[in-house]
Design a protein around this ligand. Structure first.
Ligand code: COA
Length: 174
């Protein structure tokens, strides 16, 4: 009993939920119009999942069960969302997240910017915030799966398809 207890409570064990500090505003930029307000980037995971679903609907993504989206967010290593704030009103305008082994590797998922805000450099800023945070956690191998029409978007950020001939491979159930 003592043996097992020491295995699980020893000072050198790593808690399974050792995630980067969440809840912080990472950065902000002006909205770029004359109506005031700001656009900010946050690592807070308390996101209204119906608002996130609306954002994903707006870019035509297939709907996913909310309970699974909640679980995916809970178990992600890092979430970076993008918000427009005018007065006390906040609107979710972008989202991204990364899973990780907490040491070497992270994989980026669900990168999205609302169509009303695309083409203004915000997707690039969202990705830069996510990568900066991953680098601050000493993660050096960052991967993602790009839809064919956004390969060049990721290229502008320094991502390379098939470095040294390495291919992404997939397995799907029959
Ligand atoms: C892909 C997406 C996140 C880009 O966001 P965005 O805010 O429009 O991108 P930005 O304005 O920051 O563009 C940054 C650069 O990428 C380029 N770019 C943006 N979208 C691009 C695209 N679809 N294809 C090629 N280049 C693109 C821009 O021209 C810009 O280049 P520059 O730095 O040389 O000026 C956004 O279009 C989106 O949400 N699309 C729908 C969801 C999606 O497909 N997500 C990716 C899933 S893998």
């Amino acid at each position: 009993m003592g043996f097992w207890k020491s295995l699980f409570t020893g000072a050198d064990t790593v808690p399974s939920t050792q995630l980067p500090q969440s809840g912080g505003v990472l950065a902000e930029v002006p909205t770029g119009d004359d109506r005031g307000g700001r656009i900010f980037f946050s690592t807070d995971r308390e996101i209204d999942l119906y608002e996130l679903e609306e954002l994903c609907d707006a870019v035509g993504w297939a709907r996913r069960p909310i309970r699974k989206v909640r679980k995916a967010i809970q178990h992600s290593f890092l979430v970076v969302s993008m918000w427009e704030q005018r007065g006390s009103r906040k609107r979710l305008i972008g989202f991204s997240r990364a899973t990780s082994d907490h040491a070497f590797n992270a994989t980026i998922w669900d990168v999205v910017v609302h169509p009303d805000y695309q083409g203004k450099g915000l997707g690039k800023t969202l990705m830069k915030q996510l990568i900066k945070k991953l680098r601050s956690e000493d993660i050096s191998n960052v991967t993602l799966f790009a839809d064919p029409h956004v390969v060049d978007f990721y290229r502008t950020l320094g991502f390379m398809p098939d470095p040294e001939g390495i291919k992404g491979m997939f397995w799907y159930p029959d």
